[in-house]
Design a protein around this ligand. Structure first.
Ligand code: NAI
Length: 304
């Protein structure tokens, strides 16, 4: 028998449609008991409706699985607490949290208003904080947890018209990097996915034949694996789309250390090509790891 998630309790936010629905259906089919969170509403975050989450709960039940709905918004502490409480009230614990809920308010940067910025940051960034903040102490108590954050290539690499969304999505990395460290001694693993999938977010951007190739169901197996006990990885960023999976990483180039008492703008210009290059780039697992190698470089100065 392959990997299973029997006896595990999972919360999937924004699971009423799209990627979240696919994650919830797969986790439930693997034996997890699932809280299907979704406040309904439009792609820009306006409106609400309970039907979306209920339909997914029914789909899970029809397939022989166990699930319960929750309709709170992720973007408040009260919402986060209540989403996690739903898991505890119905299933007694929380093992898995998939932060997936999201909205889009795209505008070119010179037209982006404060409200467009706040709303998007609230759902993606504050929302991931609020729900994870509610789940984390319970996971610590249990000595076990698996957390997923959902980033986007728009944040990691850039995309026109998405400054709010890209800023929120790349902020997942900072959040992950700290939770990775604070959760490590409690067997809490956290990873970030950067998916691409056919959903209402992408249906008007991509041609039908491409959308057919990137069904949300192709992303969920990675989420399920990262949420399994078998997965020991933490702090990873993974691309997932249309059956392709891979690692994305922030790396530091070798750089150049000036061993002299003053450094000028011209010194930088002269060495900029070397400073800028990424050959032999290194991954750092923490600030301390980064600082250690930085101080190694600097202290060579004294040795010379
Ligand atoms: P979607 O619009 O189909 O699903 C998002 C769900 O989140 C909706 O059901 C919505 O009602 C729910 N939601 C919105 N605000 C909420 C809130 N405050 N509280 C609770 N639920 C809320 O979008 P899709 O494509 O399935 O996106 C899922 C996640 O994946 C999002 O975080 C999105 O930014 C991210 N993503 C999607 C990509 C894609 O190609 N579809 C690409 C990169 C990232």
């Amino acid at each position: 028998m392959g990997l299973r998630l029997d006896e595990q309790v999972a919360v999937v936010t924004g699971a009423g449609r799209g990627l979240g629905r696919a994650h919830a259906l797969l986790l439930a089919s693997l034996g997890a008991k699932v809280v299907v969170n979704d406040l309904g509403g439009k792609v820009d975050g306006s409106g609400s409706g309970q039907a979306m989450a209920d339909v997914v709960v029914e789909e899970i039940a029809d397939a022989g699985g166990t699930a319960v709905s929750n309709y709170d918004g992720v973007d408040s502490m009260a919402g986060g607490q209540n989403i996690v409480k739903t898991a505890v009230d119905h299933f007694g614990r929380i093992d898995i949290l998939v932060n997936n809920a999201g909205i889009l308010i795209d505008r070119s940067f010179s037209k982006m208003a404060e409200g467009d910025w706040d709303k998007v940051l609230d759902v993606h960034l504050k929302g991931s904080f609020c729900v994870t903040r509610a789940a984390f102490p319970l996971m610590k108590e249990n000595g076990y947890g698996r957390i997923i954050l959902t980033a986007s290539a728009a944040g990691l690499f850039g995309n026109f018209g998405q400054a709010n969304y890209a800023a929120a999505k790349s902020a997942m990395l900072g959040l992950m990097n700290v939770i990775k460290i604070e959760g490590s001694k409690y067997n809490i693993k956290i990873n970030t996915i950067a998916p691409m999938a056919a959903s209402r977010m992408t249906e008007n951007l991509l041609p039908a034949e491409v959308l057919e190739q990137i069904k949300p169901e192709f992303v969920s197996p990675l989420v399920a694996y990262l949420c399994s006990e078998a997965c020991g990885e933490t702090g990873g960023i993974y691309t997932a789309a249309g059956g392709h999976f891979g690692r994305i990483s922030i790396m530091e180039g070798k750089g150049f250390t000036f061993h002299r008492s003053t450094i000028t703008i011209d010194d930088i210009q002269e060495k900029f090509e070397v400073i800028n290059q990424m050959d032999d780039a290194k991954y750092h697992s923490s600030l301390l790891d980064h600082a250690g190698s930085l101080f190694d470089q600097i202290s060579k100065k004294e040795a010379e």
